[in-house]
Design a protein around this ligand. Structure first.
Ligand SMILES: NC(=O)c1ccc[n+]([C@@H]2O[C@H](COP(=O)([O-])OP(=O)(O)OC[C@H]3O[C@@H](n4cnc5c(N)ncnc54)[C@H](O)[C@@H]3O)[C@@H](O)[C@H]2O)c1
Length: 249
């Protein structure tokens, strides 16, 4: 049997890197799609060291031509994409009142339209082959709100609503679509907005987490690898928080 293929956007670092490693560990050949080539090469080295197979694919999810080129390149080098993980995301913390339309557009373009572009490019192949797994990384911010992340929360909420309808549309083709919502998770992106040396702030964040610690990228990777697996074939349209119990709805 030929090796199944997974595409992970934003897999150069942080949560995306941990997802790529976990999925490769599950036996998939992985396309590491990202704008950051050196970091992506590090992800690939880690996958190869663990005995897996991975390639780098340049990707900007905010650019349709880049998305189409990335999907074509993955298909040519590894084969058709069986698993798509929409992980690439971006935000800057500021009160809504201080944001402008250019900011809204950037946040929505990367976090929501980026997900639509990737799915639109990959879905026809999945439905044709009657097998597929789509996992989109949303956020607990979409489920319960998060101060200074209003537009981002809206975009991530859109990813959840979209996924539920998509799941209904493609279920009869044996394609599943689910969302995973991290809570605060230690990544380079997180540490660029939350000062990792600010013990008081970190302590107050941990206080709200029943399991008593912040998330690690590997916590998210494990959940995504399960949803990407053959075993998760009866799960679709779901939203799974991986946040130490921070949200329980
Ligand atoms: N870290 C958290 O606390 C947290 C919480 C909830 C949700 N999330 C979500 O998890 C995902 C990963 O977050 P992270 O903390 O690992 O972020 P990160 O900033 O550490 O890593 C994000 C990766 O995505 C890539 N990327 C960004 N924009 C891109 C684009 N336009 N095209 C292609 N690649 C792009 C970056 O180059 C980077 O390698 C994001 O969708 C984020 O919104 C993170």
């Amino acid at each position: 049997m030929t090796q199944r293929v997974a595409f992970v956007s934003g897999a150069g670092r942080g949560i995306g890197r941990a997802i790529a490693l976990a999925i490769a560990d599950g036996g998939y050949a992985v396309a590491v799609g990202d704008m950051r080539e050196p970091e992506s090469r590090e992800t690939i080295a880690l996958i190869e060291k663990a005995g897996g197979k991975a390639i780098f694919v340049p990707l900007d999810v905010a650019n349709s031509a880049s998305v189409l080129a990335a999907v074509a390149r993955t298909t040519a080098e590894l084969g058709p994409i069986d698993v798509l993980v929409n992980n690439a995301g971006w935000d800057e913390l500021k009160p809504f009142i201080q944001t402008d339309e250019a900011f809204w557009q950037k946040v929505i373009d990367i976090n929501y339209f980026g997900t639509l572009r990737m799915i639109h490019a990959v879905l026809p192949g999945m439905t044709e082959r009657k097998w597929g797994r789509i996992i989109s990384i949303s956020s607990d911010a979409a489920r319960v709100g998060s101060s200074f992340e209003a537009v981002y929360s809206g975009a991530k909420g859109a990813v959840i609503s979209f996924t539920k309808t998509l799941a209904r549309e493609v279920a009869r083709k044996s394609v599943t679509a689910n969302c995973v919502c991290p809570g605060p998770t230690r990544t380079p992106g997180f540490e660029s907005v939350i000062d990792p040396t600010n013990a008081k702030l970190l302590e107050s964040m941990v206080k709200g987490v029943p399991l008593g610690r912040l998330g690690e990228p590997e916590d998210i990777g494990a959940a995504v690898a399960f949803l990407a697996s053959e075993r998760a074939g009866y799960i679709t349209g779901q939203t799974l928080s991986v946040s130490g119990g921070l949200t329980m709805a």
